[in-house]
Design a protein around this ligand. Structure first.
Ligand code: SF4
Length: 364
């Protein structure tokens, strides 16, 4: 079995990305077979537990309050609502529920306590639980771990250089710090990014350098194709080509052999044949459900038909790691410290983000 390498350089990764396609696919598929069952795909359901109204300025995101998009915002869901959705996801073949809240960061208090209860509830349904709640402190990550969280998602989005062209309200190092805080617990790390935001191949390679040089590497890496939403700064980006997606998946598979590589946003723009090539290239996870937070996603029945056609099976929960134990709130050894994670506000603005913000003011 090939060793996991933690000192990839941008040049080495670019050499892989630029290989003749058949060679790239063959190499990625070979590595995939050494580390994973090629006919098993992990299925996650992404649930937006709190939608819209976010104070950040991520250029791709319709949930940023400063842009004018047609999404319907909602307050934090109740534990019962989340449980009902999780049961539905379980009955349609998902092994994991990923709960997303449009927050810049976690704030200790009532709402976080409610999220911790959601984590306990889903873990008791024998499903893997993932959260994506923005930045977290080490204590908050420990509290999530204690509640039974299986994974925490915090994407790097792009290379450190291109990140500055997409988000101005926090720095790349803030992302790394949250990942580091999660790593101090027994929660697995899910981190990836988005292609099609106008970045160069070098940025795609740069993002993979940042992810693959983490030690350990993330247990899962979502590769998203930008869904350009009207009203966001990136609304005019052309859809990314399927060939770029296949190359990105294959390259991720080669540099991160053990990681579950997830086909995430943008699957509605892909044909079944395109998705099949991504699975061949080493993708072994998808998001199921008709919505990915706020953007469209293929219907779960369509996905199950595709699985049947390709002879793929949904992965059972806790195949890669044992189920975490849930500690009840009354027995917790951690306290609510009233914390907010440290973060930096970079000293720059992004022209297209400012333009979208100004345009939104004229529409509201
Ligand atoms: S991606 Fe997350 S942090 Fe950025 S604007 Fe959207 S909800 Fe907020």
């Amino acid at each position: 079995m090939s060793e996991t390498k933690h000192n990839w350089t941008k040049e080495e990764i670019l050499d892989i990305y630029n290989k003749p396609l058949m060679e790239l696919l063959y190499e990625a598929a070979t590595i995939h077979r050494l580390h994973h069952d090629p006919n098993t795909v992990q299925v996650s359901t992404l649930l937006s537990i709190k939608t819209g109204g976010c104070s950040e300025d991520c250029g791709y995101c319709p949930q940023a309050a400063r842009y004018h998009t047609n999404i319907e915002g909602n307050d934090l869901m109740t534990v019962q609502q989340v449980k009902a959705q999780a049961l539905r996801a379980k009955s349609s073949g998902s092994s994991r529920v990923c709960m997303g809240a449009a927050w810049r960061n976690v704030k200790d208090g009532e709402e976080f306590d409610q999220v911790l209860e959601m984590v306990r509830t889903i873990n008791k349904l024998d499903m893997e639980v993932c959260c994506t709640l923005g930045m977290v402190t080490e204590n908050q990550a420990q509290r999530l771990a204690e509640a039974g969280l299986y994974a925490y998602n915090h994407n790097l989005d792009s290379s450190e250089e291109y990140y500055k062209e997409v988000i101005s309200t926090r720095g790349f190092e803030d992302r790394l710090e949250t990942i580091d805080n999660v790593r101090k617990t027994n929660v697995t790390v899910c981190s990836g990014g988005i292609i099609g935001m106008g970045e160069k191949k070098e940025d795609r390679a740069g993002m993979l350098v940042a992810l693959s040089t983490l030690n350990p590497q993330p247990e899962s890496t979502p590769i998203n194709a930008l869904v350009a939403v009207e009203g966001t700064p990136l609304e005019d980006q052309e859809p990314v080509s399927i060939w770029d997606m296949i190359r990105m998946v294959a390259t991720t598979r080669i540099v991160m052999p053990e990681t579950q590589v997830r086909l995430s946003a943008g699957r509605t723009q892909m044909t079944r044949e395109g998705q099949a090539m991504c699975f061949f290239a080493g993708a072994n996870s998808i998001f199921a459900g008709d919505k990915l937070l706020t953007t469209p996603n293929p219907d779960v029945n369509e996905d199950m038909k595709m699985f049947e056609l390709l002879g793929l099976n949904p992965q059972k929960p806790f195949t890669k790691k044992v189920q975490p134990k849930t500690v009840e709130a009354t027995e917790s050894q951690y306290q609510d410290l009233g914390e907010k994670p440290k973060w930096t506000r970079p000293e720059h603005t992004i022209a297209r983000n400012e333009k979208a913000k100004e345009k939104a003011k004229t529409i509201k």
